[in-house]
Design a protein around this ligand. Structure first.
Ligand SMILES: [Zn+2]
Length: 340
């Protein structure tokens, strides 16, 4: 089969790779309908995260089940399924508490490489959620968004306790930040401030429910959030970047007693103890337990109540994956969809 392999920073190739096979009795093999390039794939692409040799890429996926192992009971060949970037059993104590990304049996899908024609999904019964019918083609991008960026933005908004009567600020205008705006809106937030200096992204943020746009960053950005909230700061802040500046911007944009939901994969972030102590905020975040939210998100997508697939602004055949990485790296694209 064809699949994406990253050989070195900036060097992405589509190559022949071995077809995946059932390895564990709980595995499923899916034919990938669509996959995509994640913001986190840009860390190794930019050389910030070290690659351990040639690496198959991709951890977001939707597809049709081809084959299941002998111990798989709920997932069947022919079903259209969505899974997230951590495979999980969905039965252990951590999963039952809603933290499937911390499952005691978790498997990181990045090690599987879903930017390919086929993929092996471990713990298929726990990981995959099936639709009742194969959905129409125009809904594929939205289901694919549910696999990571929507689920992650949703978790960030939940972790930040976005809800009725709340003012929510969102730091980061990538796909996760934009879908954090959508989540805050759906969760009933009263006011949603998107922090973005890029006009097309501001427009999408407004379409998803942002009521205000702040273009400033750092201390100026924090001052603008304070201006807009009677000097107090936002109740809820979504952090969807993962840098020192964005994390401190999120913490200091939050009012005393408020909540920060952080989901940007952090790189070299060190929180100064005294600033953290003085901030008097709740911090909750990490790798999103997307599986917790998948059934509800997939129902909303099927009902066309939300359209998170709007974040894909570049749609390419798998063989042109390198162009998709480049466009995201240069911020010409928010998110690239790849069709095997
Ligand atoms: Zn588990």
């Amino acid at each position: 089969m064809r699949g994406v392999v990253m050989h070195a920073p900036g060097d992405v190739r589509v190559e022949d790779r071995p077809d995946p096979r059932i390895e564990q009795p709980t595995d499923a093999i899916i034919k990938v309908s669509a996959a995509c390039v994640c913001g986190s794939d840009l860390w190794p692409y930019r050389g910030i995260e070290k690659l351990a040799g040639a690496t198959p890429m991709g951890h977001e996926y939707v597809g049709i089940v081809q084959e299941v192992g002998p111990e798989v009971t709920t997932i069947r060949p022919g079903q259209f399924v969505v899974g997230s970037f951590w495979a999980s059993d969905n039965t252990c104590e951590i999963c039952r508490a809603g933290y499937q990304s911390g499952c005691v049996h978790r498997v990181l899908m990045g090690t599987v490489g879903t930017q390919a024609q086929y993929a092996r999904i471990p713990l298929a019964d726990g990981t995959l959620v099936a639709t009742s019918d194969v959905p129409p083609a125009d809904l594929i991008p939205s289901y694919l968004a549910a696999s990571d960026v929507l689920g992650t933005g949703w978790f960030a908004a939940v972790a930040a306790e976005a809800g009725p009567g709340k003012t929510v600020a969102v730091v980061g205008d990538g796909a996760v930040g934009l879908l954090g705006v959508l989540a805050a809106k759906q969760l009933g937030a009263e006011r949603i401030i998107a922090m973005s200096r890029h006009e097309p992204r501001q427009e999408l943020a407004r379409e998803f429910g942002a009521t205000d746009i702040v273009t400033e960053r750092g201390d100026e950005g924090i001052a603008r959030i304070k201006d807009l909230t009677g000097g107090l700061g936002a109740h809820s802040v979504v952090e969807a970047v993962g840098t020192q500046e964005s994390m401190m911007q999120a913490i200091h944009s939050t009012r005393h007693g408020g909540h920060v939901g952080f989901v940007g994969v952090t790189h070299d972030v060190a929180l100064p103890g005294l600033e953290l102590f003085g901030a008097l905020v709740h911090l909750h975040g990490g790798p999103a337990p997307v599986r917790r939210f998948l059934p509800d998100l997939m129902e909303m997508i099927g009902d066309r109540a939300i359209n998170p697939g709007r974040v894909f602004d570049l749609d390419l055949p798998l063989d042109r994956a390198a162009e998709g990485y480049q466009a995201m790296d240069e911020r010409r694209a928010v998110k690239t969809l790849l069709r095997p």
